[in-house]
Design a protein around this ligand. Structure first.
Ligand SMILES: Cc1cc2nc3c(=O)[nH]c(=O)nc-3n(C[C@H](O)[C@H](O)[C@H](O)COP(=O)(O)O)c2cc1C
Length: 184
């Protein structure tokens, strides 16, 4: 078992080259997501796997400025859920948490298979909803932009080219962990 390797290898790369999208790949990614834990095993996630080239092209108009690099995706996965599909315990709503857990499984499996699976929030949910026929009651949480890491920098800003080379810095763990009690 080498989870650590997948965790360390995963990067939100923006320079993407083409890959073949097969039914086996889609099933493999979906199966990885489905094994995630969820509150009362409610499994609140839904995914639209977009692989058709015309559909992928139509999604380009939904990406926010700065996400033009996503135009090179071979596969885009729309990550969906709704509050009603998962536990609500007093003021704690679990659908985003559980869908995030499942989606990270998918991202790590894609990493293990040698792909880039880059989540983005920079898109118009209204346009994505229209293009993919997503019902109003579902939240379009994120898109996963999937391809193979390439060296082509043409669709990126200067800042994005820099972050391609070095992983963006992380907080020191002392800034977010607390031992035994919460400390400020
Ligand atoms: C919820 C979420 C939304 C994100 N939205 C975008 C985005 O719109 N555009 C983008 O280029 N990267 C986006 N990212 C990627 C982050 O910028 C990236 O994960 C972060 O800078 C850390 O880099 P690393 O994943 O390579 O370690 C997003 C990541 C997450 C989890």
């Amino acid at each position: 078992m080498d989870v650590r390797k997948a965790i360390e290898t995963r990067r939100a790369y923006r320079s993407l080259g083409p890959i073949d999208i097969t039914d086996d790949l889609i099933h493999d990614l979906a199966r990885s997501a489905s094994l995630a834990p969820s509150c009362f095993n409610k499994q609140p996630w839904n995914y639209v796997f977009v692989k058709d080239s015309i559909k992928l092209q139509s999604l380009e108009e939904a990406y926010s400025q700065g996400n033009e690099w996503a135009n090179d995706a071979s596969l885009v996965v729309a990550v969906l859920s709704s509050k009603e599909m998962d536990c609500v315990i007093k003021d704690r709503e679990y659908f985003l948490f559980d869908t995030g857990l499942a989606t990270m499984n998918m991202i790590l499996r894609a990493t293990e298979l040698g792909m880039v699976a880059h989540p983005i929030a920079g898109f118009s949910p209204k346009k994505v909803r229209q293009l993919l026929d997503i019902p109003d009651e579902m939240t379009v949480i994120a898109l996963l932009i999937i391809g193979k890491h390439s060296m082509d920098e043409s669709n990126m800003t200067e800042k994005q080219i820099l972050s391609e080379k070095d992983r963006p810095t992380r907080k020191n763990i002392d800034e977010f962990i607390h031992i035994d009690v919460f400390t400020v």
